[in-house]
Design a binder for this molecule. Structure first.
Ligand SMILES: CC(C)(COP(=O)(O)OP(=O)(O)OC[C@H]1O[C@@H](n2cnc3c(N)ncnc32)[C@H](O)[C@@H]1OP(=O)(O)O)[C@@H](O)C(=O)NCCC(=O)NCCS
Length: 185
């Protein structure tokens, strides 16, 4: 079951993010990894900045969360995590579909360039990988992240974002796993 999260879910959201983020260990650049991956204070700041979480509940408890944030003229999907033990069972897909269906604006997502599984996941749901100068421009326009994170991230855009927000993007093609160079970070 998908439901909107409330303040009472704070600890569960934090725990799911830090559990799910274990997937990044040893994959994202070492200088971008920290422990815990998401400190409580940072999550509080994100929520105060308007990130609202939807959660997927199974067996009476939350097992996955996905945030969304209205920024200027777009909706950003932020902090998408499913508990490690529950990954690849469709929970993340259901959350993404829910947020996409209810989004009133173009939708974009930023993720680590090295998280190839996440790029695949979003592509399966109709998002397009944006790289190069345009993804740098998008990250600097819509996200509040350090330069190093801009360098090591990519953007995924839905069709509406491609039509209305992304500039100069000409018929992108799906990227195969071995075409994303994780050493180019
Ligand atoms: C990305 C994530 C939210 C997707 O949620 P999920 O419930 O696992 O995804 P679904 O079951 O709906 O979809 C699974 C698809 O996603 C991709 N995928 C997700 N995790 C994967 C993994 N560890 N390895 C390879 N592919 C993976 C695959 O395309 C997979 O399809 P397949 O199982 O048929 O190969 C979840 O895997 C997760 O929390 N991952 C770690 C953190 C992360 O990468 N978050 C994204 C931040 S932007």
């Amino acid at each position: 079951m998908i439901r909107e999260c409330t303040d009472a879910d704070f600890e569960a959201i934090l725990s799911i993010i830090n559990d799910g983020a274990e997937a990044y260990r040893g994959v994202i650049p070492p200088d971008r990894w920290c422990e815990p991956y998401m400190p409580a204070g940072e999550l509080r700041n994100e929520m105060a900045a308007g990130v609202r979480f939807a959660g997927h509940e199974a067996g009476g408890s939350l097992v996955g969360v996905m945030g969304s944030q209205l920024v200027q003229d777009v909706i950003l999907i932020r902090h998408a995590y499913v508990r490690t033990a529950r990954q690849r069972r469709g929970d993340g897909g259901r959350l993404l579909e829910h947020l996409s269906e209810t989004a009133m604006r173009p939708v974009m997502i930023g993720t680590w360039k090295a998280a190839r599984w996440a790029v695949r996941f979003y592509e399966k749901h109709g998002f397009t990988l944006i790289e190069g100068d345009e993804k740098d421009r998008l990250l600097r326009t819509y996200w509040d992240i350090p330069d190093r994170q801009v360098e090591t991230s990519v953007v995924m855009a839905d069709q509406r974002a491609l039509d209305e927000i992304v500039v100069g993007w000409d018929k992108p093609t799906a990227v195969k796993d071995d075409e994303i160079d994780i050493f180019r970070l």
